[in-house]
Write a protein that binds this ligand. Structure first.
Ligand SMILES: Cc1cc2nc3c(=O)[nH]c(=O)nc-3n(C[C@H](O)[C@H](O)[C@H](O)COP(=O)(O)OP(=O)(O)OC[C@H]3O[C@@H](n4cnc5c(N)ncnc54)[C@H](O)[C@@H]3O)c2cc1C
Length: 312
């Protein structure tokens, strides 16, 4: 392992036996044998080539805001992507995978480019957001993606938007082990004042909604209306308008807001948030989530799907 440690150092800062709880918004996770912080695409590519040639297990970490790591130690290398190159040419923005979402929002606002307003207040990096097609307020990151550069099986390739196969909180990039290196966006030119007003409005809509405890954001995906098994007329009209049934509403209606297992709790006021109230473990969260799924299924016949990624 010491030889590997020496070799890893050529790709970035190496942290042996690093607690993963320190690198996730949920504050849950055992230790990684090694965590390597890569700062540009060349380091990322070099490290990926090295690890795959050596057959060493690895996992890609962005901002850690959509992850629930195992309580067990990770016997391999966590690649923490912090590549930060960001360039604007007219209405095209090229961003490295490690660029925080907040940075793209700021730079598009500065340049009067519209399209990222939904991301105000959302943590994470471009890589994590593109892979999961993060979004809010009826919009998402895919809406403005033009193309994506990825490392896949030792090759660096550019995928068109269509090839990325974006869907609701999903993409084809999830399935084929692609590591996102950079993303090109094309944004429509907008009115700066209107963009800023929309950002303010979105921030206000979020204010006070996030529980004051560590979490990974909304735990479950909302249910598309065409997947709703019951009578649509019985649903609140706003859901019909939006075309989705909020997972938080289902949990609330199932009467389990506030339910607690160990240090994990279903937030009572934002029921789609599972929060870490007191040194929760992955096992606490998973036990709680199983109860939530069962209660919601028993009441509505709907199977909740996780939005947060569980790393076993
Ligand atoms: C308070 C709070 C509010 C949130 N609100 C929202 C919201 O409104 N809408 C929303 O969609 N999400 C929301 N989230 C969830 C989260 O912020 C987003 O999903 C975010 O885009 C995840 O990015 P990340 O960099 O943190 O990814 P991580 O959590 O680090 O990783 C998520 C997944 O992406 C993979 N990944 C990361 N980088 C790369 C890369 N370069 N290449 C390939 N795979 C990669 C990881 O391996 C992992 O599988 C919220 C989270 C919190 C804590």
């Amino acid at each position: 392992m010491d030889a590997i440690y020496q070799q890893l150092k050529q790709f970035g800062k190496v942290k042996p036996n690093e607690p993963l709880a320190k690198h996730t918004t949920f504050k849950i996770g055992g230790q990684a044998r090694f965590l390597v912080i890569v700062e540009d695409r060349e380091q990322t590519i070099g490290l990926l080539n090295f690890l795959s040639a050596e057959g060493i297990n690895y996992f890609i970490l962005g901002g850690g805001s959509n992850l629930l790591f195992s309580d067990d130690n990770f016997d391999g290398v966590i690649i923490k992507v912090t590549s930060y190159k960001l360039q604007v040419t007219k209405n095209v923005v090229e961003a490295d995978a490690g660029v925080p979402l907040a940075k793209i929002l700021n730079i598009t606002m500065e340049h009067g480019l519209s399209g990222m307003e939904w991301s105000a207040g959302v943590p994470g990096t471009i890589g994590g957001a593109a892979r999961g097609n993060a979004g809010a307020f009826g919009s998402d990151i895919a809406s403005n993606v033009d193309r994506v550069e990825v490392w896949r099986n030792g090759e660096v390739i550019i995928l068109s938007k269509e090839e990325c196969n974006f869907g609701y909180r999903s993409s084809g990039l999830k399935k084929d082990g692609a590591v996102i290196l950079s993303v090109w966006f094309k944004f429509p030119v907008g009115n700066k004042q209107e963009i800023m007003a929309k950002v303010q409005k979105n921030l206000q809509a979020r204010q006070g909604k996030f529980p004051p405890f560590p979490s990974a954001g909304c735990f479950f995906k909302n249910i598309k209306l065409d997947k709703w098994p019951g009578k649509k007329e019985d649903l609140p009209p706003i859901f019909l308008e939006r075309g989705t049934v909020p997972a938080g509403w289902l949990v609330e209606q199932a009467g389990i807001g506030g339910l607690t297992v160990g240090g994990a709790k279903v937030d009572a006021s934002h029921c789609n948030f599972v929060v870490n109230v007191d040194k929760a473990t992955q096992s606490d969260v998973l036990k709680l989530v199983e109860i939530v799924k069962e209660k919601v299924y028993n009441k509505f016949g709907v199977e909740l799907e996780q939005e947060v990624e569980v790393v076993e």
